[in-house]
Design a protein. Structure first.
Length: 283
């Protein structure tokens, strides 16, 4: 019996892998289409991936700089500190929101043409990851500006070989966002209110992640613990270790973020495979 179950699982896994290989070019096309549609009819086009995070950083730095941005041992350069956190957080919230509504936005195609349904939430997440990667150019420019001018403590910014590991927390965030996006995409088909609940939750989550402030400024132990449990905290801190502090990533944060990301992805795949055949009947 156990051998039969293992054989069925292996057969199903091999089938899924073959289907992914078969439709991988479609995934690329859907991803490219989403990127193009995002900036369609805009004068600056994809350059908004550069200017949008920059403008957000300027506004938030002006508003919160005097509160959280005073030079200290906790925060080296507040605008860059803010930029790194905001960049990763924005990718997570935007990609999960678009993955969540991907079936409703593509329901006309889903009802007419068969393709693996996970292509739609995946293409939404990957297209946002492309935008996220482009935004890193803006981060580099901001880092160089504050380093050269020395403004806001920018002279203390450090760059070394550890910065080359920046892709590790980005990859973990992509895996985690994919898992969450798959779960939300299924839930939103059955419960439309999830879209509005997630919108409110994302706004609350922004203040529960050290984007604007440093964790050590929190003095209440249980609040500090809640923030640490949030996997986004670990991924943002790992990214800052690489590009802001010039330090080797904390292995504890890395291990925690990796386990949570992989487990979330596995849960997302299981839930998606469980309900994917019924999705079309609820659109």
């Amino acid at each position: 019996m156990a051998k039969t179950k293992n054989t069925d699982l292996n057969h199903e896994l091999n089938h899924d892998v073959e289907m992914f290989k078969k439709y991988k070019n479609l995934l690329k096309e859907l991803t490219a289409k989403n990127v193009k549609l995002k900036y369609r009819n805009s004068w600056l086009g994809v350059l908004w991936s550069f200017f949008q995070p920059l403008l957000n950083m300027i506004v938030l730095s002006v508003v919160f700089g005097n509160i959280f941005g005073k030079k200290s041992d906790l925060i080296v350069c507040y605008p860059v500190y803010l930029f790194t956190g905001r960049l990763l957080f924005s990718f997570f919230t935007t990609s999960t929101k678009q993955a969540m509504t991907s079936f409703r936005r593509n329901q006309a195609i889903i009802k007419k043409v068969y393709v693996p349904k996970y292509m739609y939430p995946l293409s939404a997440i990957f297209s946002n990851f492309v935008t996220f990667a482009i935004s890193l150019i803006c981060l580099i420019c901001v880092w160089i500006f504050f380093k050269l001018t020395g403004a806001q403590g920018g002279a203390d910014l450090t760059i070394n070989g550890y910065a080359l590991l920046f892709w590790v927390p980005m990859l973990l965030l992509l895996i985690f966002s994919t898992g969450v996006g798959l779960i939300l995409s299924v839930l939103c088909v059955y419960f439309r209110d999830i879209e509005y609940i997630w919108e409110v939750f994302a706004q609350l989550l922004f203040y529960m992640v050290p984007v604007l402030y440093h964790l050590d400024t929190i003095t209440t132990p249980w609040i500090k613990m809640v923030i640490k449990i949030n996997p986004l905290y670990s991924m943002i801190e790992l990214f800052r270790h690489c590009v802001l502090y010039g330090q080797l990533m904390s292995w504890k944060l890395f291990l925690y973020a990796a386990v949570v990301s992989i487990v979330t992805l596995i849960i997302g795949i299981i839930i998606f495979n469980w309900k994917s055949d019924d999705i079309i009947f609820h659109l």
